[in-house]
Design a protein around this ligand. Structure first.
Ligand code: TXA
Ligand code: MG
Length: 346
């Protein structure tokens, strides 16, 4: 299949291209589009064949459910059983990087929800995503637009690397703002369970829900027989080619460990920007932002991990164990899973 690439950083003046992409979606085709979190590979969420094609294009197990994307929070009504807490969360955080798990209505096929009786609903704030969903006139099922097992794409070039020839259209909307996937919360009345941390933080959710529990799988390794609350939790998600080791310790100890590690062959380092000058040896460095700027680190993490994967000679990749505050919890969650929970105390 020849993949068409459309470059549009804003919907303004691009109504014709958006209408074309929307018609591809309505006829069961796949369109990759930018969102404020990561790029998504979209198909009509009411069409089983489109869902099957998404799983196939990504190489994703079909029991791992898809998020449906709507242009307005109330557009979820025909597809999900909403409640007061959903609308309270929507008033605060939608459009934006939040996904809410709700009971499914029949118009969403079970192939989209991985056989579950619930459905994940998200209303993205990226203007191109919003305009595309509106033009399509149907909710768009969209997982992250990476091949299964690779980091989520934050640039169109990442998508082209993974999915060229597997989808009809890729919309290049530039760099994704957040860089990590949306926060996912499941609701039970006004109580929430955080299934995946993201840019909408635990503290922010606590301002709306009476209580928020962090699902253990966000932070710890699931035992082999545990049944995860979100099917995605049981997959390794992303494993770098090199073994990733997270370093836990005070600044001085971690720095001296890294300086000595950098002199060894086959070592790569995901470092803070200000650390680059410390390493005069040849070790490949992948700077992810300043130590105190967790937002910037979230924004750059996946691109840095992709860059590290290009170095065939790296066998061990070191990174700092992020603090779990604010968006740090989301960074922690992605890194700890990529490292298969390997943390070295130094
Ligand atoms: O930011 C995002 O959410 C991006 C962009 C494209 O919107 N999408 C994304 O989708 O990250 P995906 O498929 O890569 O991750 C969705 C996660 C999976 O781990 C899946 O298991 C979980 O959401 N999920 C989907 N439906 C669910 C449900 N009904 N119950 C529990 N977990 C669900
Ligand atoms: Mg994903």
């Amino acid at each position: 299949m020849k993949t068409e690439i459309l470059t549009l950083s804003s919907p303004k003046g691009h109504e014709k291209e958006l209408e074309h992409a929307a018609s591809v979606l309505r006829s069961g085709g796949l369109v990759v589009f930018p969102t404020e979190t990561v790029y998504g590979i979209g198909g009509d969420a009411t069409n089983e064949h489109a869902a099957a094609r998404i799983y196939e294009a990504k190489g994703r197990p079909s029991d791992n459910p898809l998020i449906i994307h709507v242009a307005d929070p109330a557009d979820a009504e025909p597809y999900a059983v909403t409640n007061d807490t959903y609308y309270k969360l929507a008033a605060q955080f939608m459009p934006g990087p939040l996904t809410v798990i709700l009971p499914r209505r029949e118009r969403i096929p079970l192939s989209v929800t991985g056989g579950l009786q619930t459905v994940a609903v998200r209303c993205p704030s990226h203007p191109v995503a919003n305009a595309l969903i509106r033009a399509a006139g149907v909710p768009i099922a969209a997982p992250s637009a990476n091949l299964s097992g690779r980091p989520s794409p934050t640039l169109a070039s990442h998508v082209i690397e993974d999915l060229s020839g597997r989808v009809e259209v890729i919309i290049d909307g530039g760099e994704c703002e957040v860089g990590l996937e949306s926060t996912i919360i499941a609701l039970d009345g006004d109580r929430g369970t955080l299934l995946r941390p993201g840019a909408i933080t635990y503290d922010a959710l606590c301002c709306v829900c009476s209580e928020v529990t962090i699902a253990p799988a966000c932070l710890e390794q699931l035992s082999a027989d545990a049944r995860p609350l979100s099917p995605g939790m049981k997959y390794r998600h992303y494993a770098p080619r090199a073994s990733l080791v997270l370093l836990d310790g005070d600044v001085a100890s971690v720095t001296s460990f890294l300086v000595s590690a950098a002199s060894r062959q086959g070592v790569g380092i995901l470092c803070y920007d200000e650390e680059q000058a410390l390493f005069r040896s040849a070790a490949p460095l992948f700077p992810i932002g300043h130590r105190d700027d967790l937002g910037e680190q979230a924004h750059r993490l996946f691109a840095a991990l992709r860059a590290a994967d290009e170095h065939a000679d790296i066998h061990t990749l070191y990174a700092h164990l992020p603090p779990r505050e604010g968006i740090g919890l989301a960074l922690y969650n992605r890194l700890i899973r990529a490292a298969a929970h390997t943390v070295l105390k130094v």
